[in-house]
Design a protein around this ligand. Structure first.
Ligand SMILES: Cc1cc2nc3c(=O)[nH]c(=O)nc-3n(C[C@H](O)[C@H](O)[C@H](O)COP(=O)(O)OP(=O)(O)OC[C@H]3O[C@@H](n4cnc5c(N)ncnc54)[C@H](O)[C@@H]3O)c2cc1C
Length: 392
């Protein structure tokens, strides 16, 4: 197998690297800007800089404000961004825009795509509810028609970035009598619409940005519907496919792993000349992470290879998502074991190993195998669609 990049691709990688070095200021350890949680105000600022450079939506067709680059250039950009824990396009560029290109009306495309490409609007996703996560189609948030509007009542949860988003894309139930997949309608609405309120949820690594979102008699015009009434489930499946593909999960583990490796081979700080890696257990753990990283990388490249040939990755996206997110957790777990008590200290605490990075990674990566569909759900997809096994 020849995985050599062309000279143009290598030059592009260098350009991306120096752009990130210049423009991205990391908000702090554990704030993985490219991950599911987004990076707040720093991300928004950086995404505007990306937009000015034409990189926010580089893979979009030129007619929609993109640069029409290949999937491979997009992958290089995503890899380098994740290596530096820098955000990429956000939900507007990665999910909403591509979904509108397939299912949106001409008016919706004209209104939203240029603003997304310019980095002017931050989007959040209102899919999950307290009783509907993995079984998303059981969602209960109700939208009832009233003339040219729908009126929404209900609650969403785990709405990442809702506290700084201007728009939300949201799934609602419009026909409670229909089978659960058939009574769902997909809307876009402004977050400052009267009747929407938020309650923040602080996570165990002290980051906010996660919210409960409440809808009380919220009016949304019918023209803000994506796809047809009661057919929103099938449109949302497109958005979820876009959410799951991508090399970023694997690539986010690379830089912390390299720092752990460098730390492990340095003599210890007590000046004893002893290296951190003084047991075969630690050596083997580092080797395992290295192998898993290579496997996850190749699974990610396979998804890109398929997209490049206009094939639809399905089981392949699930394998890549699972391999990348489980890799992040295992790297964090092995790292914190290896660093001992000092590894469990947070940034800013005296004697924190590696500046507290692995403590924050350990806490923040717990959510990686939950967000965008849990590992169990990915396994179910691989079992049924990949291996032809019956549903469990
Ligand atoms: C960091 C993060 C960001 C998120 N951002 C958003 C967001 O912006 N917008 C949004 O709408 N949602 C968001 N979510 C929610 C996410 O999509 C859900 O948490 C996820 O789909 C799981 O749903 P749940 O939490 O309700 O767990 P549940 O579905 O209740 O699952 C609980 C456990 O049961 C297992 N399980 C459930 N069903 C099956 C099955 N059929 N077979 C085997 N095991 C099963 C699950 O794997 C899990 O271990 C986010 C979540 C996280 C962690």
């Amino acid at each position: 197998m020849d995985f050599t990049w062309t000279p143009e691709q290598s030059a592009f990688r260098d350009e991306v690297r120096s752009f990130i070095d210049r423009e991205w200021v990391q908000p702090g350890h554990g704030a993985i800007g490219g991950g599911e949680e987004g990076g707040g105000a720093a991300s928004v600022r950086y995404q505007r800089a990306l937009a000015q450079h034409g990189w926010l939506t580089m893979a979009w067709p030129k007619e929609y404000g993109g640069r029409g680059v290949t999937y491979w250039e997009q992958l290089i950009f995503a890899e380098e961004s994740a290596f530096a824990s820098a955000p990429t396009g956000g939900q507007g560029a990665d999910r909403v825009g591509p979904t509108l290109m397939i299912h949106g009306t001409d008016e919706q495309k004209r209104e939203h795509l240029p603003k997304i490409a310019a980095g002017e609007v931050v989007w959040c996703q209102g899919f999950s509810e307290p009783g509907s996560g993995s079984d998303l189609a059981s969602l209960q948030t109700r939208a009832a028609r009233d003339g040219d509007d729908f009126v929404i009542n209900g609650q969403k949860i785990w709405t990442s970035g809702a506290d700084h988003a201007q728009w939300i894309h949201v799934l609602t139930r419009t026909d409670p009598e229909a089978p659960k997949h058939r009574g769902v309608t997909y809307f876009m609405l402004r977050m400052d619409t009267p009747g929407i309120s938020l309650r923040p949820i602080v996570q165990m690594h002290d980051q906010a940005g996660f919210n409960e979102t409440f809808f009380e008699d919220v009016r949304v015009p019918a023209k803000n519907m994506i796809g047809d009434e009661n057919r929103g489930w099938y449109v949302a499946a497109t958005a979820l496919d876009f959410e799951r593909s991508g090399i970023n999960r694997m690539a986010e583990a690379v830089a912390p792993f390299r720092r752990l490796l460098a730390h492990a081979t340095r003599p210890d700080s007590a000046g004893q000349g002893r290296r951190i890696v003084d047991t075969s257990m630690h050596r083997l753990a580092l080797v395992d992470t290295h192998i898993e990283m290579e496997v996850a990388r190749l699974l990610g490249y396979r998804v890109t290879w398929m997209q490049d040939r206009h094939l639809v990755p399905n089981m392949e996206s699930s394998m890549s998502k699972m391999a990348g997110s489980e890799l992040q957790q295992r790297n964090a777990r092995r790292g914190i074991n290896m660093l001992g008590l000092a590894g469990a200290l947070r940034p800013g605490q005296p004697r924190a190993a590696l500046g507290g990075e692995y403590c924050m990674l350990y806490l923040s990566t717990v959510s990686r195998t939950i967000a965008a569909g849990t590992s169990e759900i990915q396994r179910n997809i691989i079992a049924t669609r990949g291996l032809g096994l019956p549903r469990g």
